[in-house]
Design a protein around this ligand. Structure first.
Ligand code: GLU
Length: 422
Protein backbone atom coordinates (compact mmCIF):
# COMPACT_ATOMS: atom_id res chain seq x y z
CA UNK A 1 0.00 0.00 0.00
CA UNK A 2 1.62 3.26 -1.07
CA UNK A 3 1.63 6.40 1.00
CA UNK A 4 0.19 8.58 -1.74
CA UNK A 5 -1.91 11.23 -0.13
CA UNK A 6 0.63 13.74 1.08
CA UNK A 7 3.27 13.65 -1.62
CA UNK A 8 1.86 11.60 -4.50
CA UNK A 9 5.05 9.56 -4.72
CA UNK A 10 4.78 6.01 -3.42
CA UNK A 11 7.35 5.54 -0.67
CA UNK A 12 9.77 2.68 -0.75
CA UNK A 13 10.20 0.94 2.60
CA UNK A 14 13.89 1.83 2.50
CA UNK A 15 12.92 5.49 2.07
CA UNK A 16 10.76 5.13 5.18
CA UNK A 17 13.67 3.97 7.32
CA UNK A 18 15.93 6.66 5.82
CA UNK A 19 13.38 9.32 6.76
CA UNK A 20 13.13 7.97 10.29
CA UNK A 21 16.93 7.96 10.55
CA UNK A 22 17.27 11.51 9.20
CA UNK A 23 14.73 12.93 11.62
CA UNK A 24 16.55 11.39 14.59
CA UNK A 25 20.07 12.17 13.28
CA UNK A 26 19.13 15.82 12.84
CA UNK A 27 18.29 16.07 16.53
CA UNK A 28 21.66 14.49 17.40
CA UNK A 29 23.66 17.00 15.35
CA UNK A 30 25.75 14.37 13.55
CA UNK A 31 28.13 15.45 10.81
CA UNK A 32 27.20 14.57 7.23
CA UNK A 33 29.97 11.99 6.69
CA UNK A 34 29.05 10.10 9.83
CA UNK A 35 25.37 10.22 8.85
CA UNK A 36 26.14 8.55 5.51
CA UNK A 37 28.42 5.98 7.16
CA UNK A 38 25.83 4.97 9.75
CA UNK A 39 22.74 5.00 7.58
CA UNK A 40 23.70 3.20 4.36
CA UNK A 41 23.94 -0.62 4.24
CA UNK A 42 27.44 -2.08 4.42
CA UNK A 43 26.87 -4.60 1.66
CA UNK A 44 24.17 -6.41 -0.28
CA UNK A 45 24.38 -9.75 -2.04
CA UNK A 46 21.90 -10.81 -4.73
CA UNK A 47 21.86 -14.50 -5.64
CA UNK A 48 20.23 -16.57 -8.36
CA UNK A 49 18.58 -19.76 -7.12
CA UNK A 50 17.77 -22.38 -9.76
CA UNK A 51 15.36 -24.97 -8.33
CA UNK A 52 13.98 -28.11 -9.95
CA UNK A 53 10.25 -28.05 -9.11
CA UNK A 54 8.42 -31.30 -8.27
CA UNK A 55 6.94 -31.32 -11.79
CA UNK A 56 10.43 -31.45 -13.30
CA UNK A 57 10.54 -27.78 -14.42
CA UNK A 58 13.56 -25.66 -13.61
CA UNK A 59 12.65 -22.33 -12.03
CA UNK A 60 14.99 -19.52 -11.07
CA UNK A 61 14.32 -17.53 -7.89
CA UNK A 62 16.12 -14.45 -6.57
CA UNK A 63 17.52 -14.25 -3.05
CA UNK A 64 19.11 -11.44 -1.05
CA UNK A 65 21.28 -11.00 2.01
CA UNK A 66 21.97 -7.46 3.17
CA UNK A 67 24.32 -6.51 5.99
CA UNK A 68 23.47 -3.04 7.15
CA UNK A 69 26.01 -2.76 9.96
CA UNK A 70 28.60 -4.81 11.82
CA UNK A 71 29.76 -1.97 14.06
CA UNK A 72 28.37 -3.48 17.28
CA UNK A 73 28.99 -7.14 16.37
CA UNK A 74 28.08 -9.70 13.71
CA UNK A 75 25.15 -8.82 11.44
CA UNK A 76 21.89 -10.32 12.73
CA UNK A 77 18.43 -10.68 11.27
CA UNK A 78 15.84 -12.96 9.74
CA UNK A 79 15.22 -14.45 6.32
CA UNK A 80 11.84 -13.85 4.70
CA UNK A 81 10.08 -15.89 1.99
CA UNK A 82 7.41 -13.79 0.29
CA UNK A 83 6.29 -12.69 -3.19
CA UNK A 84 6.84 -9.04 -2.14
CA UNK A 85 10.53 -9.49 -1.24
CA UNK A 86 12.79 -6.98 -3.03
CA UNK A 87 16.21 -5.45 -2.51
CA UNK A 88 14.53 -2.28 -1.26
CA UNK A 89 12.57 -4.19 1.36
CA UNK A 90 15.52 -6.30 2.54
CA UNK A 91 17.72 -3.18 2.82
CA UNK A 92 15.08 -1.51 4.98
CA UNK A 93 14.61 -4.56 7.18
CA UNK A 94 18.40 -4.91 7.62
CA UNK A 95 18.67 -1.28 8.74
CA UNK A 96 15.83 -1.72 11.26
CA UNK A 97 17.76 -4.71 12.69
CA UNK A 98 20.82 -2.53 13.38
CA UNK A 99 18.75 -0.09 15.40
CA UNK A 100 16.72 -2.85 17.06
CA UNK A 101 19.80 -4.69 18.35
CA UNK A 102 21.24 -1.42 19.69
CA UNK A 103 18.02 -0.60 21.57
CA UNK A 104 17.99 -3.88 23.47
CA UNK A 105 21.76 -3.66 23.94
CA UNK A 106 22.74 -6.98 22.38
CA UNK A 107 26.15 -7.24 20.66
CA UNK A 108 25.00 -7.45 17.05
CA UNK A 109 24.78 -5.28 14.00
CA UNK A 110 21.92 -5.60 11.52
CA UNK A 111 21.25 -7.85 8.56
CA UNK A 112 18.35 -9.36 6.69
CA UNK A 113 17.70 -11.84 3.94
CA UNK A 114 14.88 -12.89 1.73
CA UNK A 115 13.78 -14.90 -1.25
CA UNK A 116 11.13 -13.64 -3.63
CA UNK A 117 8.82 -16.66 -3.80
CA UNK A 118 5.35 -17.80 -2.81
CA UNK A 119 5.92 -20.53 -0.22
CA UNK A 120 2.18 -21.31 -0.11
CA UNK A 121 2.51 -22.83 -3.58
CA UNK A 122 5.66 -24.84 -2.81
CA UNK A 123 6.04 -28.37 -1.43
CA UNK A 124 8.24 -29.05 1.62
CA UNK A 125 10.68 -30.73 -0.76
CA UNK A 126 10.89 -27.62 -2.98
CA UNK A 127 11.27 -25.36 0.07
CA UNK A 128 14.13 -27.51 1.33
CA UNK A 129 15.96 -27.25 -2.03
CA UNK A 130 15.38 -23.50 -2.18
CA UNK A 131 16.68 -23.06 1.37
CA UNK A 132 19.75 -25.21 0.81
CA UNK A 133 20.70 -23.49 -2.45
CA UNK A 134 20.18 -20.06 -0.87
CA UNK A 135 22.37 -21.01 2.11
CA UNK A 136 25.11 -22.34 -0.16
CA UNK A 137 25.02 -19.10 -2.20
CA UNK A 138 25.33 -16.80 0.84
CA UNK A 139 27.71 -19.17 2.67
CA UNK A 140 30.74 -16.88 2.30
CA UNK A 141 29.20 -13.97 4.15
CA UNK A 142 27.36 -15.76 6.98
CA UNK A 143 28.77 -17.48 10.07
CA UNK A 144 28.56 -17.26 13.87
CA UNK A 145 31.01 -14.34 13.93
CA UNK A 146 29.92 -12.75 10.64
CA UNK A 147 26.19 -12.73 10.11
CA UNK A 148 23.57 -14.88 11.83
CA UNK A 149 20.22 -15.45 10.04
CA UNK A 150 16.96 -16.33 11.82
CA UNK A 151 13.26 -16.86 11.02
CA UNK A 152 11.06 -14.09 9.68
CA UNK A 153 7.85 -14.03 7.59
CA UNK A 154 7.12 -17.58 6.27
CA UNK A 155 10.30 -19.16 7.63
CA UNK A 156 10.41 -21.33 10.74
CA UNK A 157 12.57 -23.70 12.83
CA UNK A 158 12.54 -26.32 10.04
CA UNK A 159 13.95 -23.81 7.54
CA UNK A 160 16.63 -22.87 10.11
CA UNK A 161 17.50 -26.57 10.56
CA UNK A 162 18.06 -26.88 6.78
CA UNK A 163 20.20 -23.72 6.78
CA UNK A 164 22.28 -24.95 9.72
CA UNK A 165 22.74 -28.36 8.10
CA UNK A 166 23.73 -26.95 4.69
CA UNK A 167 26.25 -24.56 6.25
CA UNK A 168 27.62 -27.36 8.45
CA UNK A 169 28.00 -29.79 5.53
CA UNK A 170 30.11 -27.26 3.63
CA UNK A 171 32.09 -26.29 6.75
CA UNK A 172 32.66 -30.00 7.52
CA UNK A 173 31.59 -29.39 11.12
CA UNK A 174 28.28 -28.90 12.88
CA UNK A 175 27.99 -25.16 13.38
CA UNK A 176 24.79 -24.57 15.35
CA UNK A 177 25.46 -20.88 16.07
CA UNK A 178 25.28 -19.92 12.37
CA UNK A 179 21.51 -19.42 12.61
CA UNK A 180 19.02 -18.93 15.45
CA UNK A 181 15.41 -19.97 15.80
CA UNK A 182 16.36 -23.63 15.32
CA UNK A 183 14.44 -26.62 16.70
CA UNK A 184 15.29 -27.21 20.39
CA UNK A 185 17.09 -30.53 19.81
CA UNK A 186 19.66 -29.04 17.44
CA UNK A 187 20.76 -26.01 19.41
CA UNK A 188 17.53 -24.02 19.61
CA UNK A 189 16.55 -22.10 22.74
CA UNK A 190 13.51 -22.67 24.89
CA UNK A 191 11.24 -19.66 24.61
CA UNK A 192 12.45 -18.56 21.15
CA UNK A 193 9.19 -19.42 19.33
CA UNK A 194 7.18 -17.24 21.73
CA UNK A 195 9.87 -14.56 22.14
CA UNK A 196 8.73 -11.91 19.66
CA UNK A 197 5.12 -12.17 20.86
CA UNK A 198 6.26 -12.14 24.47
CA UNK A 199 8.30 -8.99 23.85
CA UNK A 200 5.25 -7.37 22.21
CA UNK A 201 3.22 -8.28 25.30
CA UNK A 202 5.82 -6.70 27.63
CA UNK A 203 6.03 -3.57 25.46
CA UNK A 204 2.26 -3.21 25.30
CA UNK A 205 2.04 -3.71 29.07
CA UNK A 206 4.65 -0.98 29.69
CA UNK A 207 2.90 1.35 27.25
CA UNK A 208 -0.41 0.77 29.04
CA UNK A 209 1.32 1.56 32.34
CA UNK A 210 2.69 4.94 31.19
CA UNK A 211 -0.63 5.82 29.55
CA UNK A 212 -2.56 4.95 32.73
CA UNK A 213 -4.52 2.10 31.11
CA UNK A 214 -5.16 -1.03 33.16
CA UNK A 215 -3.54 -3.88 31.20
CA UNK A 216 -5.87 -6.45 32.68
CA UNK A 217 -9.11 -5.96 30.78
CA UNK A 218 -7.53 -3.69 28.12
CA UNK A 219 -9.20 -4.18 24.73
CA UNK A 220 -6.90 -5.37 21.96
CA UNK A 221 -7.14 -5.80 18.17
CA UNK A 222 -4.49 -7.88 16.42
CA UNK A 223 -3.75 -7.70 12.68
CA UNK A 224 -1.95 -10.86 11.58
CA UNK A 225 -1.97 -14.31 13.17
CA UNK A 226 1.41 -15.73 12.18
CA UNK A 227 4.15 -16.42 14.70
CA UNK A 228 4.18 -12.87 16.11
CA UNK A 229 0.43 -12.11 16.06
CA UNK A 230 -0.67 -15.46 17.46
CA UNK A 231 1.91 -15.48 20.28
CA UNK A 232 1.20 -11.85 21.19
CA UNK A 233 -2.54 -12.65 21.23
CA UNK A 234 -2.04 -15.74 23.40
CA UNK A 235 0.26 -14.05 25.92
CA UNK A 236 -1.84 -10.87 26.17
CA UNK A 237 -4.95 -13.03 26.58
CA UNK A 238 -3.22 -14.94 29.39
CA UNK A 239 -2.42 -11.59 31.06
CA UNK A 240 -6.13 -10.78 31.14
CA UNK A 241 -6.37 -8.50 28.09
CA UNK A 242 -9.63 -8.71 26.16
CA UNK A 243 -8.75 -9.60 22.55
CA UNK A 244 -11.75 -8.25 20.64
CA UNK A 245 -10.53 -8.74 17.05
CA UNK A 246 -8.00 -10.81 15.12
CA UNK A 247 -7.22 -11.05 11.41
CA UNK A 248 -5.14 -13.07 8.97
CA UNK A 249 -4.76 -12.85 5.17
CA UNK A 250 -8.26 -14.33 4.72
CA UNK A 251 -10.15 -11.76 6.81
CA UNK A 252 -10.91 -10.53 10.33
CA UNK A 253 -13.15 -11.63 13.20
CA UNK A 254 -14.66 -9.42 15.87
CA UNK A 255 -16.20 -10.28 19.21
CA UNK A 256 -16.75 -7.35 21.63
CA UNK A 257 -16.94 -9.74 24.63
CA UNK A 258 -13.46 -11.04 23.89
CA UNK A 259 -12.13 -14.02 21.93
CA UNK A 260 -10.86 -17.16 23.66
CA UNK A 261 -7.41 -17.24 22.05
CA UNK A 262 -6.67 -20.83 23.05
CA UNK A 263 -9.82 -21.92 21.20
CA UNK A 264 -8.93 -19.68 18.24
CA UNK A 265 -5.47 -21.26 18.02
CA UNK A 266 -7.07 -24.69 17.89
CA UNK A 267 -9.46 -23.48 15.19
CA UNK A 268 -6.53 -22.12 13.14
CA UNK A 269 -4.53 -25.34 13.63
CA UNK A 270 -7.50 -27.27 12.19
CA UNK A 271 -8.73 -24.96 9.42
CA UNK A 272 -5.54 -22.92 8.65
CA UNK A 273 -7.53 -19.67 8.78
CA UNK A 274 -8.95 -17.19 11.29
CA UNK A 275 -12.36 -16.47 9.64
CA UNK A 276 -15.00 -19.07 10.40
CA UNK A 277 -14.30 -19.02 14.13
CA UNK A 278 -17.72 -19.47 15.79
CA UNK A 279 -19.74 -16.71 17.50
CA UNK A 280 -17.79 -13.83 15.96
CA UNK A 281 -18.72 -11.16 13.45
CA UNK A 282 -16.56 -10.99 10.33
CA UNK A 283 -14.86 -7.69 9.49
CA UNK A 284 -12.73 -6.34 6.66
CA UNK A 285 -9.03 -5.61 7.24
CA UNK A 286 -9.70 -1.87 7.29
CA UNK A 287 -12.52 -2.23 9.78
CA UNK A 288 -10.21 -4.09 12.16
CA UNK A 289 -7.58 -1.35 11.98
CA UNK A 290 -10.07 1.39 12.80
CA UNK A 291 -11.77 -0.38 15.72
CA UNK A 292 -12.27 1.44 19.00
CA UNK A 293 -9.80 -0.30 21.36
CA UNK A 294 -6.99 0.35 23.84
CA UNK A 295 -4.21 -1.45 21.94
CA UNK A 296 -3.82 -2.20 18.24
CA UNK A 297 -1.11 -4.71 17.30
CA UNK A 298 -0.19 -4.68 13.59
CA UNK A 299 1.68 -7.98 13.25
CA UNK A 300 1.89 -8.64 9.52
CA UNK A 301 3.75 -6.63 6.86
CA UNK A 302 4.95 -3.08 6.16
CA UNK A 303 2.97 0.03 5.20
CA UNK A 304 -0.36 -1.04 6.69
CA UNK A 305 -1.07 2.30 8.38
CA UNK A 306 -0.48 5.09 5.88
CA UNK A 307 -1.64 8.67 5.45
CA UNK A 308 -4.76 7.18 3.84
CA UNK A 309 -6.06 5.51 6.99
CA UNK A 310 -4.07 6.97 9.92
CA UNK A 311 -6.85 9.42 10.75
CA UNK A 312 -9.30 6.56 11.19
CA UNK A 313 -7.23 4.83 13.92
CA UNK A 314 -9.08 4.94 17.25
CA UNK A 315 -6.69 2.80 19.31
CA UNK A 316 -4.91 4.60 22.18
CA UNK A 317 -1.73 2.55 21.72
CA UNK A 318 -0.19 0.93 18.65
CA UNK A 319 2.27 -1.86 19.51
CA UNK A 320 4.19 -2.71 16.34
CA UNK A 321 4.64 -6.48 16.14
CA UNK A 322 5.53 -6.19 12.46
CA UNK A 323 8.50 -4.30 11.04
CA UNK A 324 7.54 -1.02 9.41
CA UNK A 325 3.73 -1.19 9.63
CA UNK A 326 3.38 2.63 9.99
CA UNK A 327 4.72 5.04 7.35
CA UNK A 328 6.46 8.31 8.37
CA UNK A 329 3.50 10.36 7.10
CA UNK A 330 1.09 8.22 9.11
CA UNK A 331 3.34 8.67 12.15
CA UNK A 332 2.85 12.44 12.02
CA UNK A 333 -0.93 12.04 11.86
CA UNK A 334 -0.99 9.54 14.74
CA UNK A 335 1.21 11.82 16.84
CA UNK A 336 -1.11 14.78 16.18
CA UNK A 337 -4.08 12.61 17.18
CA UNK A 338 -2.41 11.53 20.43
CA UNK A 339 -1.93 7.86 19.52
CA UNK A 340 1.01 6.38 21.45
CA UNK A 341 3.12 4.26 19.07
CA UNK A 342 5.55 1.68 20.45
CA UNK A 343 7.88 1.42 17.43
CA UNK A 344 8.87 -1.88 15.82
CA UNK A 345 12.57 -1.56 16.68
CA UNK A 346 11.58 -1.58 20.35
CA UNK A 347 8.28 -3.47 20.41
CA UNK A 348 9.25 -6.58 18.42
CA UNK A 349 12.86 -6.81 19.66
CA UNK A 350 12.04 -9.79 21.89
CA UNK A 351 12.67 -12.18 18.99
CA UNK A 352 16.21 -11.08 18.30
CA UNK A 353 16.90 -10.82 22.03
CA UNK A 354 16.16 -14.51 22.53
CA UNK A 355 18.07 -15.21 19.30
CA UNK A 356 21.02 -13.66 21.11
CA UNK A 357 20.40 -16.01 24.07
CA UNK A 358 20.30 -18.93 21.61
CA UNK A 359 23.60 -17.87 20.03
CA UNK A 360 25.18 -17.56 23.49
CA UNK A 361 23.86 -21.00 24.54
CA UNK A 362 25.14 -22.60 21.32
CA UNK A 363 28.59 -21.13 21.84
CA UNK A 364 28.62 -22.22 25.51
CA UNK A 365 27.17 -25.64 24.72
CA UNK A 366 25.06 -25.15 27.84
CA UNK A 367 21.30 -24.67 27.67
CA UNK A 368 19.08 -22.62 29.96
CA UNK A 369 15.72 -23.26 31.61
CA UNK A 370 12.74 -21.60 29.94
CA UNK A 371 12.05 -19.46 33.03
CA UNK A 372 15.56 -18.13 32.87
CA UNK A 373 15.10 -17.14 29.21
CA UNK A 374 11.77 -15.44 29.88
CA UNK A 375 12.96 -13.54 32.94
CA UNK A 376 16.08 -12.25 31.18
CA UNK A 377 13.89 -11.24 28.22
CA UNK A 378 11.51 -9.34 30.48
CA UNK A 379 14.35 -7.43 32.16
CA UNK A 380 15.82 -6.42 28.79
CA UNK A 381 12.47 -5.39 27.27
CA UNK A 382 11.39 -3.34 30.30
CA UNK A 383 14.76 -1.57 30.44
CA UNK A 384 14.68 -0.86 26.69
CA UNK A 385 11.15 0.53 26.97
CA UNK A 386 12.16 2.78 29.87
CA UNK A 387 15.32 3.98 28.08
CA UNK A 388 13.30 4.95 24.99
CA UNK A 389 10.47 6.47 27.03
CA UNK A 390 12.92 8.60 29.01
CA UNK A 391 14.58 9.76 25.78
CA UNK A 392 11.19 10.68 24.33
CA UNK A 393 10.27 12.66 27.47
CA UNK A 394 13.61 14.48 27.59
CA UNK A 395 13.56 15.47 23.93
CA UNK A 396 9.83 15.89 23.37
CA UNK A 397 10.11 13.27 20.62
CA UNK A 398 7.78 10.46 19.60
CA UNK A 399 8.73 7.01 20.82
CA UNK A 400 9.91 6.16 17.27
CA UNK A 401 12.24 9.12 16.95
CA UNK A 402 13.47 8.61 20.53
CA UNK A 403 14.17 4.93 19.75
CA UNK A 404 16.17 5.93 16.67
CA UNK A 405 18.06 8.61 18.63
CA UNK A 406 19.01 6.14 21.33
CA UNK A 407 20.02 3.46 18.83
CA UNK A 408 22.02 5.82 16.60
CA UNK A 409 23.83 7.18 19.65
CA UNK A 410 24.78 3.67 20.77
CA UNK A 411 26.06 2.70 17.31
CA UNK A 412 27.89 6.03 17.02
CA UNK A 413 29.61 5.52 20.39
CA UNK A 414 31.11 2.15 19.41
CA UNK A 415 32.00 3.47 15.96
CA UNK A 416 34.01 6.29 17.49
CA UNK A 417 35.60 3.87 19.97
CA UNK A 418 36.67 1.49 17.20
CA UNK A 419 37.65 4.34 14.90
CA UNK A 420 36.92 4.50 11.21
CA UNK A 421 39.29 2.32 9.12
CA UNK A 422 39.98 4.50 6.09
N1 GLU B 1 13.02 -11.67 12.13
C1 GLU B 1 13.00 -11.20 13.47
C2 GLU B 1 13.03 -9.68 13.50
O1 GLU B 1 12.61 -9.03 12.56
C3 GLU B 1 14.06 -11.85 14.34
C4 GLU B 1 15.47 -11.66 13.89
C5 GLU B 1 16.48 -12.51 14.66
O2 GLU B 1 16.10 -13.22 15.58
O3 GLU B 1 17.65 -12.43 14.30
O4 GLU B 1 13.38 -9.07 14.48
Amino acid sequence: MADLKSNDIPLSVFDNVMQQFDEAAQRLNLDQGMIEFLKQPRRALIVKLPIRRDNGQLEVFTGYRVQHSINRGPAKGGVRYHPQVSLDEVMALAAWMTWKCAIVGIPFGGGKGGIKCDPTTMSPHELEHLTRRYTAEIMDIIGPEKDVPAPDVNTNPQVMAWMMDTFSMHARQTTTAVVTGKPIDIGGSLGRVEATGRGVMFSAREAARVKGILFEGATVAIQGFGNVGSMAAKLMYEQGCKIIAVSDVYGAIYCPDGINIHALMEHVANTRRVPGFPHCKELTHDELLSLECDILVPAALENVITSDNADSIKAKIIAEGANGPVTPNADRILDKNGVFVVPDILCNAGGVTVSYFEWVQDRMGYFWEEDDVNQRLERIMVKAFNDVYQMSQEHGATMRIAAFMLAIKRVLDVTLMRGVYS
